[in-house]
Design a protein. Sequence first.
Length: 139
Amino acid sequence: MRTSGGECTGAAARAIIIRRATAKIKGLRWWMMALLMMGSIINYLTRSSLSVAAPTLLQQLHISTRDTPGIVGAFQGAIMLQPLCGYVLDVLGLRLGFAIFAIAWSLISMAHAFAHNWQMLAGLRGLLGLAEARPTRPG
């Protein structure tokens, strides 16, 4: 709404500020979609990274082949908690929820460098599965 002096107040002023801020970046929605797509591609690539690194990890961390299913199972079990992550997104909202899950995924991925036994690696893989369990539409 405009006052008698021609100034905007309240929600109208916020809407104008948002329009002006987003008008400066041409094709902002396409940039956002590209970032989401790249994040999803990297996400799917990291799911298979353990199988590629397994021979080296088994040797360096002294993990037996008997312990390997526990590591993979922790990830698979945590990724089954997708409905829980959907609830968190419903409560927090998409913007904040996706930001939290993306930051958590990044930090947990980096923390894999500090794993020194199979139990720690399994715990981190489980947390990574939980961070990746944010609802993603297939296709």
